[in-house]
Design a binder for this molecule. Sequence first.
Ligand code: ZN
Length: 184
Amino acid sequence: MKKVALIIGHSAKSPGATNKTYGTSEFEFNGPLAHSVAEKLILEGYEPIIIYRDCSYSALPGKVNQTEADIAVSFHCNAFNEKSNGSETLYYKRSSKGFLLASCIQEQVVKCLGLKDRGLKPCVASHKGKAGDRGGLLLQKTSMPCVIVEPFFIDSDASLELANHKFEELSEAYTKGIVNYLRG
Ligand SMILES: [Zn+2]
């Protein structure tokens, strides 16, 4: 049975970007989402492994590698100026399988939310992003194809409202993207 690591970005102590109006953080949004994807993957015949970041960021790739999962998907959200919108997926620049996994998920997420398609972003370990959490290190140091999905900007009220409204569909979109990749 193929294993899928589902990595919930950030942690309870350091919850990532947070929407000011609703007080919802990346960690709060993505925990339930990852669990919902996990349930759907089981129904599709896969073994999900939920991973929390209860270690330093630099220790995270090792923790993911220990699971010996076939692929890894990290759940994040984007954030910028409360007005930007769109979906993007990050992958390790030199991984063609990572690129393929990213395209499968990005396609479904864009179709689901209907936000601007910001495309696939190639990253290397030195890429830290604005908040230092846009995991180039995770993408480069993981031994399986690994992607970071940022389906929407959580600091945008309209985007968060849309994502909450379409929560179930978004969970289906992640699942479909993952399944499409695994079934080739
Ligand atoms: Zn994040």
